[in-house]
Structure formats: structure tokens, C-alpha cells
Design a protein around this ligand. Sequence first.
Ligand code: COA
Length: 267
Amino acid sequence: MVTGEMRFTTKELSKRTWPDFERFFSQVHGCACTLYLHGRHLPSVARTATERAERFGVPDRSRSVFPARAFGRAQELSAVKELVWQGRAHGILVYGRGEPVGWCHFGRASALPVVRDDRTPPEMVARHPSSDWRITCFTTRMDYRRRGVATTALAAALEAIRQRGGGWIEATPIAFPHNDPTVRKLRKTYRWRSQEVIDYLEENWPHKEVPGVGSVNACLTTAKSMSHAGTMSMFERFGFQPTKRDEYRSSDRSWDPGDSVVMRLQI
Ligand SMILES: CC(C)(COP(=O)(O)OP(=O)(O)OC[C@H]1O[C@@H](n2cnc3c(N)ncnc32)[C@H](O)[C@@H]1OP(=O)(O)O)[C@@H](O)C(=O)NCCC(=O)NCCS
């Protein structure tokens, strides 16, 4: 894909590209998809600030490396590495100028999360029992955002699924993004659940009609960042159809509205 002057390439996550995955997740936030692979975030070794200080020392806030965070990242990478070596973790790395700048996780619906038990939250499993595949998460390096990196990753994930025989693919993107700095300002001034925030949202929050789904609310984004699940429009471009509002990811809260939609495509 060519976006402006930038051409992106993609590779699948594998033992060979593992160093690129490590490099990518040393440059971005996010859990390296351990949430979707394990069905929950990995347990934290130190939950409170006091526990963290006891175990790792008090963080030096003048520096950008925090020992507790680095420890958590190392734990996440080691958990994903084990699954890559077992052939149980799949995804696409996007490269710009030879550097890994984007990531998209996909996997077989029957194998996500890899460990499933009574405590697995329902939002961690496929919404439609007949879905064969899931595309769960995107991450793009901050300096490469809004240039088509996630869209490039999505195209490559679809191709990777096609090469494995295809089937029904499911995703749960946000209905549509909306960047409204006033909401953030009001939340800061009056608090999240204040009447001022609720009144403003009631008057101003955009919604739209999605055929077969009904009315859906926008999700708040910033100019640079939005939900890791992508947007409906990204998936529509490749032929995905909306099937229903995603009850697990949508919010009816008057102080924090926002809908996600379950989308499917058969390839
Ligand atoms: C979601 C994310 C991956 C999008 O990546 P990207 O490379 O910027 O996406 P693209 O440039 O391919 O854009 C895809 C679509 O989203 C839209 N979009 C992307 N960022 C947007 C933003 N901040 N506001 C509004 N729309 C946005 C684009 O306009 C495009 O829409 P279109 O399909 O209608 O043309 C990126 O914002 C991100 O990394 N967010 C953080 C996700 C995260 O926390 N991941 C870790 C989870 S543990």
C-alpha cells in the first residue's frame, strides 16, 4: 500500500520476525496482545505504588524507563514468545523504512484465548459461534499514525487467513470515531460523571444509523489515537458487514457513550 510518499511492507509474526515484535513493543504502549492470547491481562507482581516501590525502587520520573513497567513488558514478551514458539500466536507486523511500525493480531476463534476456563470473560471469546477467525487488535507506532498502517495490517491479516483456508472472520471495531476536545476539557474541569459532562454529551454526541444494527454512538478519540479494535469503516473497505451492536464493548453510560459493532466477512 502506498500512502503519500510512504510504502509499507508486512511480515507475519514468526520465530524469524520475533526480534521485530520485541522491538515494536519496546516503542509502544499496550499489552503485546497478551490480553487476547490469555483472555486476561497477566497478573501484576506489584499492584500498589507501595508494592512497586518495595520491589523495584521508587521510579525516577526524570527518566522514561520505569523498572516496574519494564518488568511487566518483559513478562508479556516472554508469554507471547512461548506461544510463538508453539505456533499459537499469529499476527502481522507492518514495516516503514525497514522498521516495525504497526501490529495486528489475528487468530482462530477456537484457539482464542489459548487458555479458556470458567473465569474467561465473555468479551474474550467470539460473538458468533460460527466464526472461524478473529481479528482483535491493532497498534501503530505514534509517529506513523493516520497514514494507513493499521489498514495495511488488516489487508495482510486477511491474506494470511485466506492462505490458511479462509472462513468466517469476526471483528469488533468501534462504530465511528469522534474527536471532541470539549469533552476532555469538561471532564477535567467538572469530573467524568458530572451533570455538565452529561448535558454536553446529550446535546452534542454524534450517532448514526447502521443498517441491520440500529442507532450507534460515536467513540471518543484523540487526534492521534483511538481504540485498538479499529473502526467500522476500516473493515467495511474489505467487505465486512455489521451484524449487531457489540454488547460487551458498547457503553450506554450517559457520561461515556460509545458503541462497538460486531462485523463479519466470509473469505
Ligand atoms: C487504532 C490505531 C491502530 C489506528 O492506526 P492507524 O495506523 O493510525 O490507522 P489507519 O491510518 O490505517 O486508519 C484507519 C482508519 O481509522 C481512522 N483513524 C485512525 N486514527 C484516528 C483518530 N485518531 N481519529 C479518528 N479517526 C482515526 C482513519 O481515518 C481511517 O479511517 P477510514 O478507514 O475511514 O479511512 C492507532 O490509533 C493506535 O495504535 N491506537 C492505540 C491502540 C492501542 O492502544 N493498542 C494497544 C492495545 S493493548
